[in-house]
Design a protein around this ligand. Sequence first.
Ligand SMILES: [Mg+2]
Length: 330
Amino acid sequence: MTDRLDRALGAYYGLALGDALGMPTQVMSREEVVRVYGTLTGFEPARPDNPVSAGMPAGSVTDDTDQAVIVGRLLDEGRGRIDPLRLAHELLDWEKEMKAKGSFDLLGPSTKAALDAVARGVPTQEAGKHGTTNGAAMRVTPVGIAFAVDPLDTFLDHVVESCQVTHDTGIGIAGAAAVAAAVSTGVGGGSLDDAVTVAVTAARAGAQRGHWVAGADIASRIEWAWDLALGLPEAEALDRIVALVGTSVASQESVPAAFAVLAVAGGDPWRAALLASNLGGDSDTIGAIAGAVAGSVTGLSGLPPEAVRTLRTVNSLELEPLTARLLTLR
Ligand SMILES: [Mg+2]
C-alpha cells in the first residue's frame, strides 16, 4: 500500500473510529459519562435511554460516518464536483432510511432546517444561510482526501461545495475548512503540527466565505484550545475542554474541542477518539473529527487493527474502493 493510500484510509477509518467510540456517550453530560462508564476504554453499546443512539450495538457508526460516505460517493460520481441539490436529496433519502429503520440518529439542526427549506422550494444558495453547527465539518473528510490544500482558494471552493446547501455561513465553512485542510495536509504527508497550522490558516480564510453570522472565530479558538489542553493530564484536560472549549454541536465549540483532544493525545488516533468519547456532549462528532485528522497523519497502520475489524464487521464498512477512487481526483 502506498503511504498516501494508507493515510487516506487512516483518515476515513479514523473518522469512523471516533464516531463509533463516541456513539454511546453523545448527548450525555461529562458527569453522567463518569457516573455510568467511569472511563470508557473501548467500544460500548448505547444505553436504552440514550435519546439518539438507543439500540445501537458496540462499534456502530452514526450520521457522521454515513454522511461522510455520501459526500465521498458524490465527489467520486461527480468527478470532484458536488451538485448541492443532489446532496440535499441524498441527505433527505438517508434520513428517510434511518427513520424506516426506527433510528433516532437523524439530521442535525442546520441540515434539517436547510433541507426543509430546499423541499419548500428555497434556492440552494439561500437554504444554508443560517447553518452554523458542525454538520459540514463532520462530513467533509473526503474533500480533504480528494484535494490538495494548495492552492487554498481552489481547495476552499471544494469545501464550500460540500457545505453550501446546509452550512453557507462563515462559521460553518470555517469549521469544515479546518477539518478538510488538516486531513488534506495529513494525507499529503504532513505531521500533526503541519495539519494544525494549515487548519488554522484554512479556517481563517474559510470564515470569509458564505453569509456572515455572529459567533466566535474558529481559527482563533482552535489555536487557543490547542494551547489550553496541551500537556494537561487527561482527566484535567477533559474537564477543561468541557468547561471552557465546549462540546455542543456549535462549530465554534466542537471543532476546537477536537483539536484540543488531538493535543492531549499527541495525535494518536485511538487515544484521541477515546478522549472524545469520554467528553460527552457531541462526543461522536468530536471523536470523528479528531480521529480523521489523527488517522490522516498516522495512516491506517496507526489505528488498532482489532478496532478497524470491529468497525468493518459491525457496520459492513468497506471504505477501500471509495478511498482509492477519491485519491485519483487528487
Ligand atoms: Mg453522530
